[in-house]
Design a protein around this ligand. Structure first.
Ligand SMILES: [Zn+2]
Length: 227
């Protein structure tokens, strides 16, 4: 299946990254085969064995032996109009190198069947042995990809925390410390009050003037109280 949305979430991001990194270096690629069903894998396994053609894989569908069946592999093709698998100029080696720099395992490095258009996550090793031992079937593995929903208790805790943060933000009043930071509409009033010793701040160098108090002082000034 050519559907990157069916890949492991981490690999979805890496596939996108690979595409754009390659594009930046003038290597236009497309993403081909991603997740593979048992049936699709069996059809590939038959090639060169029970049907004509070259052997392309050693992985039987029912044994879940291909990383494609676990959603942790994808294949790419050349997408610049020169032929999907044209490699006279070392196109696939160049893409392989970029993919490896992103942390992907590249099929071109394999010994038994070299697979130039193939990349996979290395988080569970090179083969599905570890995945098989831990999850038995790909379906069980896919279930671990979804975000686990919050429990009722976690949700309550989370909501309480959000409320607390909102209240803190509301309670945190802006305080002015220097005359140079005062808004234009308040500067002359506050300077006048400082000059006359009506307002002194907390020290000579610190106004320590809360915004609400500043507003009251300016209103008073406009009312003519500090004439
Ligand atoms: Zn592949």
């Amino acid at each position: 299946m050519r559907d990157t949305n069916k890949l492991h979430p981490k690999l979805q991001i890496l596939a996108e990254d690979l595409k754009s990194y390659c594009e930046n270096q003038g290597l236009k690629i497309g993403i081909g085969e991603c997740l593979r069903t048992v049936k699709e894998q069996d059809a590939l396994y038959a090639k060169g064995r029970t049907v004509s053609g070259k052997i392309v894989t050693n992985a039987k569908g029912s044994s879940y032996s291909s990383m494609h069946q676990w959603g942790v592999a994808f294949d790419f093709y050349r997408n610049d109009g020169k032929g999907a698998y044209e490699n006279g100029d070392g196109f696939f080696e160049k893409v392989g190198k970029i993919g490896k720099s992103l942390g992907l395992e590249w099929g071109g490095d394999w010994k038994s069947i070299k697979d130039l258009p193939h990349f996979q996550l290395h988080d569970w090793g090179s083969t599905p042995a570890k995945l098989k031992a831990e999850y038995k079937t790909p379906e069980n593995f896919f279930k671990t990809w979804e975000d686990k929903p919050m429990t009722e208790q976690e949700r309550k805790k989370f909501n309480a925390l959000v409320k607390e943060v909102e209240e803190l933000a509301l309670a945190k009043e802006k305080v002015y410390h220097y005359t140079k930071d005062l808004p234009d509409w308040a500067g002359p009033t506050i300077q006048k009050l400082l000059d006359r010793g009506i307002y002194a701040g907390s020290s000579e160098s610190d106004l320590n003037l809360p915004e609400t108090l500043m507003r009251v002082l300016v209103i008073n000034d406009r009312a003519g109280i500090y004439k």
